[in-house]
Design a protein around this ligand. Sequence first.
Ligand code: ADP
Ligand code: MG
Length: 288
Amino acid sequence: MSAATKRTVAGQADAARGRLDLHRVTKAYGQGRFSKTVVEDCSLAIEPGRLNVMIGPSGCGKSTLLRLIAGFDRPDAGAVTVDGSPVRGPSSDRLMVFQESALFDWMTVYENVAFALRAAGRSSRDIEPLATDVLERVGLATFGEKYPGQLSGGMQRRVELARALINDPAVMLLDEPFRGLDAMTKGLMQEYFLRLYADNPRTVVFVTTEIDEALLIADRLIILSNAPARVRRMMDIDLPRPRSAATLYEDDRANDIKREAIDILHEEARKSFRGALGDSLARSKDAS
Ligand code: ADP
Ligand code: MG
C-alpha cells in the first residue's frame, strides 16, 4: 500500500510515535552583553499520542520551546529528541500551526492545503484524494476554490489545521492557534479542535496563555516558569470528556486544578514584574 493510500484510509499518525524529550535544554538569543537566556536547563518528557498543553506567562519562552521542538532553532546546550533521534531541523513529521495566519492570500484554500505536498514533488493525482479528505475533515469540503480573504477567522484557522493534517505528522505543535478570535468563535474552534483530535489522535503540544482553554483541551498540563523557561509543574488533567466551558465551570475538581494552576502562574508572572519593573511594584502586587 502506498503511503498516500494508507494515509487516506487511516488518516492518523501512528499513535506509538511522537515521543518528545528535552534534555537540559538551554537557548539564548543575542551576543555578548545583549545575550538573553530564554530557556535554561529545561527538561521535559512528552509521551506519544496525548494532548499536552503548555502554559506560562507571556514572554516566558513558550514559542521558543516550540521552535526548538519543530527544529526551526537549535539549542545552545542540551538535546531535543523525537522518538530517541535528535532533532536536526524542521520535518513534515513535526508541524507547527502558528498564532498568526500563515496562509497564502493569493492561493485558493485547496492550493494552500496542497502546497506542502506539491513542494515535496507529489503529483496532482496523488494529492487530490488527500486534500479532499482533509478539507472534509475540517468541514471545508465546499470551500476549496475560495481564497483565504473570503473566509471568516475561524474558517481560516481550520484551513491552517487542514494544511498541517495533510502531512499526517506524528507531532503537531500549536502556538496559541486561536488567539485573536472573538470569544464565540474561539469557543467553537476549541470544541471543533477536540472533535478533530478524537478522530486524528497524535502527539500535540498546544501553547496557550489562558487557563480555561488549557483545562478544556489538556490531557496533561505543563506549567512553565517565568523566563528563562523551565518546567514548573506537570499536571495530569484526568477530567472526563467531552468537556465544555459549562461542565468545567460546575466541576469542583476542575476548579481545584484551575486554582492551583493560577496560583503558580501568578507567582511566576509576579517574578517577571519584579524583573521588569523593580521590587516596589512586585511588593505592592504581593500585598494585594
Ligand atoms: P512566549 O512565546 O512565551 O511569549 P517567546 O518564546 O516568544 O515567549 O520569547 C521569549 C523571549 O525571547 C522574549 O523575551 C523574546 O523577546 C525573546 N526572543 C524570542 N525570539 C527571539 C529572537 N529571535 N531574537 C531575540 N530575542 C528573541
Ligand atoms: Mg509566543
